[in-house]
Design a binder for this molecule. Structure first.
Ligand code: THU
Length: 141
């Protein structure tokens, strides 16, 4: 599908304005685009109990899924850093639940990006098929 990459990136940059990151000060924004052309955005939300922090990508994904979306084309993620912002392992796994063909745009402060499919970022994924084929082949202890 052809889509306006610049629009996806600006949605992520705008979402970053809302980042709640008083501990790390690493402010992240994300925007996910559905195959039907709808955008959902998210920012990172930190917590005094550090481990409860939620990344921008998951906030965007959860907003989309809770609105009934399951088909995604692309996600953009950005921090205001010189280096490209890449999704953490937990976000890669969470996004993979909805397909590994997803295009992931990793954006830096200048708006330059690296793009890879989720399949490239998370090879040998543990997904629904592996879970189901695994349980079917389970051997009794
Ligand atoms: N973070 C994200 O929101 N997305 C990423 O891709 C990397 C990390 C957040 C989590 C935490 O609030 C802060 O960045 C530092 O790890």
């Amino acid at each position: 599908m052809e889509f306006p990459v610049e629009k996806l990136i600006s949605a992520a940059v705008e979402a970053r304005e809302k980042a709640y990151a008083p501990y790390s000060n690493y402010r992240v924004g994300a925007a996910i685009l559905t195959r039907q052309g709808r955008y959902y955005t998210g920012c990172n939300i930190e917590n005094a109990s550090y481990g409860l922090t939620c990344c921008a990508e998951r906030v965007a994904l959860y907003k989309a899924v809770s609105a009934g979306e399951h088909d995604f084309e692309a996600i953009a993620v950005t921090a205001a850093t010189a280096d490209f912002c890449v999704p953490c392992g937990a976000c890669r796994q969470t996004l993979a639940e909805f397909g590994t063909e997803l295009k992931v745009y990793m954006v830096n402060a200048r708006g330059d990006y690296l793009v890879k499919t989720l399949d490239e970022l998370l090879p040998c994924v543990f997904d629904r098929e592996r879970l189901l084929s695994g349980t079917a082949g389970m051997v009794d202890p």
